[in-house]
Design a protein around this ligand. Structure first.
Ligand code: HEC
Length: 244
């Protein structure tokens, strides 16, 4: 019994630690995503399909999940986001899984490290990690892509959003990374923050689509409890009326 208690305590206390430990002690910026903001989720999805789907799949979810959470019709999702084709050349069905546009064989050949599926990344790494990582690329001539990452050192992913963000350089000293924007991109730093927040929000939603529904169910459940408590109170009064 004692063992079980200790084990549950370790799991209970350890779980948040696990989520954080992937940050490796690096300072993370707060993503502050708002999953009830459908416009933000829609923009996030658009950026994801413009900049990320070439390498990363979301293959544990279907396109219908996007339609549901982002308030889009299945036709809109098919038109905007479905990039894979059936053998006949038609867009894949809206009920199919979100697979990568690149063939896996090519990916293996082109990149030393195949790009991982991102369906569950927000749950494993946390929103703040993704948000900070996407902000954390900087020029570093010593690496394969000429870039490094503050949050994920020696990452095998190029800085795909460089046109928007521009280029940062490391001005920190003695192994301490401190970034400064040296060459501006097409967006201001504030606009770029919003882009990264939208992409992060989209990945957080895809990692756990039930979250949105759970909140809605929660409101109903609380409403029910309030009404039930009131009825129970009336009933109690009724029972005790003759006793006093
Ligand atoms: C050119 C291919 C390519 C593109 C495009 C790309 N990535 Fe990546 N990404 C990679 C590779 C390769 C890795 C693995 C890096 C490693 O482990 O060193 C990776 C890793 C990641 C990780 C970390 C996953 C983990 O848990 O280790 C995240 C998050 C991520 N990418 C997000 C994105 C987002 C968001 C976009 C679009 C804005 C994007 N990537 C575009 C190639 C790409």
């Amino acid at each position: 019994m004692k063992k079980i208690l200790t084990l549950s305590l370790v799991m209970f206390l350890g779980a948040p630690g696990l989520a954080q430990s992937s940050g490796g002690g690096v300072h993370l910026e707060e993503a502050n995503v708002d999953l009830t903001d459908q416009a933000s989720l829609q923009r996030g999805a658009e950026y994801f399909f413009d900049y990320c789907i070439g390498c990363h799949s979301l293959q544990y979810e279907r396109y219908t999940t996007i339609a549901k959470g982002l308030g889009l019709s299945e036709e809109q999702v098919t038109e905007k986001f479905i990039h894979t084709r059936t053998e006949k050349g038609d867009p894949s069905a809206v009920g199919s899984l979100i697979e990568i546009a690149m063939r896996p064989e090519d990916a293996e050949q082109w990149f030393a490290q195949p790009a991982p599926d991102l369906t569950l990344t927000a749950r494993q790494r946390g929103a703040d990690w993704i948000y900070s990582m996407l902000q954390g690329f900087y020029l570093d001539e010593g690496t394969t892509f000429g870039v490094n990452n503050r949050v994920f050192p020696d990452m095998g992913m190029p800085h795909v959003l460089w046109e928007l963000q521009g280029w940062q350089e490391n001005v920190g000293e003695e192994g301490h990374v401190e970034l400064e924007l040296k060459k501006e991109g097409s967006m201001s730093p504030e606009e770029f923050d919003d882009v990264v927040r939208d992409i992060t929000a989209f990945l957080v939603y895809m990692g756990e689509p039930i979250q949105l529904e759970r909140e809605r169910i929660g409101v109903w459940a609380l409403g029910f409890l309030v009404i039930f408590t009131f009825l129970a109170y009336l009933l109690k009064k009724e029972y005790w009326r003759d006793v006093h």
